[in-house]
Design a protein. Structure first.
Length: 411
């Protein structure tokens, strides 16, 4: 029995005893002493009761967290044992799925929305092997990073969200309270402001697919080798394209609207550098604009991505001939080498700066469910080959454009 329940019952007994004693007009000395003793015990129990409730509430919250995460850990354990090789053999030979693979597939089928064999996104992660040669799955990243661990978008702070079904919206406050001083005693403190929000939404309108052909020879090779190859190929194809679309998606022909391409739509500042040479002073101007918008308080809070050509130009541009300090050295000094990255995913002569402000990521990528793996049963039937198509549904949105700035048309 809980300690608080025991104390509560004792308090009820004390009330009953006190009620009988205080009802007497002329209590005896023993009865008076009993009243004082019971009153003292009652007050002491009140303190103990509050302490017991506090302790039990903490224990209840801990138990609640355990119960809430237990099922997630069990499912994660099943994902660790998921074998993509079984799916390939099932589609090629009709072999039955078994073990953890069968359980995960059945769980995903219950959620619906799959035409072929559902494959969790976690199954595309790179897996290490131990000295015995037995696959030993290791989870090291969240869903967004596992899909493309070398992604420019993920290093810029873009956050991935796994959405079971439907759409997801992100309300962001755009206006609110107004602070002001009262001009006179008893006067108003200023005009009232309307608390308003704007919504950024993720919708399952865009489907990305990766097509792969597996020959009969590949199907008969070592299982672990085949599984590793399928993981690398599918992850690389889907990851590279999703990373590109996150930044440069056209918003047409089935693509989501990328962060850079949709700068005007997302209210992101896009500064035209008019073929100027990239220098620390130009980047500093944009960083100061971040500070003016209350997005950052220090240059090291910036994440910066630029093309290799811009890096090369700044590294060759010596700012101080006497010391040999280059424009690149000045940029790294203030922003930090760990916050700067180069990549060919950006358009020529462009750079992008982002920051995470108030726990809000500069952009969000929505991923619906897992990979829908579908078999082509006719194209390679004569050669005994297998063609697989992996489909994922994804979308991109920006909740707050002030956290991103684009610099275009460097010389």
């Amino acid at each position: 029995m809980l300690e608080s329940v025991k104390i509560s019952r004792r308090q009820s007994e004390i009330r009953q005893d006190l009620s009988a004693l205080v009802g007497k007009e002329t209590p005896t000395e023993d009865e008076t002493r009993s009243i004082e003793k019971l009153d003292m015990e009652f007050r002491s129990n009140e303190t103990r009761y509050r302490a017991a409730l506090t302790l039990e509430n903490e224990e209840r919250n801990e138990a609640k967290g355990e119960l809430e995460t237990r099922s997630d850990r069990e499912y994660s354990s099943l994902l660790d044992k998921f074998e993509l090789r079984q799916v390939a053999l099932h589609l090629d030979e009709g072999r039955s799925l078994d073990g953890a693979t069968a359980e995960v597939v059945q769980e995903m089928r219950n959620a619906g929305g799959y035409r072929g064999v559902p494959v969790p996104l976690e199954a595309l992660e790179q897996r290490s092997t131990v000295s015995t040669g037995t696959p030993d799955p290791v989870n090291t990243r969240n869903i967004f990073d596992r899909l493309f661990p070398a992604s420019i978008a993920s290093r810029l702070g873009v956050q991935a969200i796994n959405i079971p079904q439907g759409s997801e919206s992100f309300p962001v406050a755009t206006s609110g309270a107004v602070a002001g001083w009262a001009a006179t005693e008893g006067g108003d403190v200023g005009n009232s402001g309307t608390f308003a929000t704007a919504e950024a939404s993720l919708s399952p309108d865009n489907t990305l697919g990766a097509h792969m052909r597996i020959t009969r020879k590949a199907m008969k090779q070592t299982g672990a080798g085949l599984e590793a190859a399928i993981r690398r190929d599918m992850a690389a194809a889907l990851g590279a394209e999703l990373d590109r679309a996150t930044l440069l998606g056209s918003g047409a022909a089935g693509q989501p609207l990328g962060v850079i391409t949709g700068a005007a739509t997302y209210n992101i500042a896009d500064t035209d550098m008019s073929a100027a040479d990239p220098t620390w002073s130009l980047f500093k101007t944009e960083i100061i604009a971040f500070m003016a918008a209350n997005a950052i308080t220090d240059p090291s809070m910036i994440k910066l991505a630029l093309t290799p050509a811009i890096w090369g130009a700044m590294d060759d541009d010596v700012w101080d001939a006497g010391s040999g300090v280059t424009e690149w050295d000045r940029l790294v000094k203030h922003v930090g080498a760990g916050n700067i990255m180069t990549g060919n995913q950006l358009t020529a002569g462009s750079a992008i700066m982002t920051t995470n402000a108030g726990g809000v990521a500069p952009a969000y990528v929505g991923l619906w469910g897992g990979v829908d793996l579908i078999r082509d049963v006719t194209t390679d039937a004569q050669s005994g080959g297998l063609r697989l198509t992996g489909l994922i549904t994804a979308d991109v949105t920006v909740a707050r454009g002030a956290q991103t700035r684009v610099l275009s048309n460097f010389g």
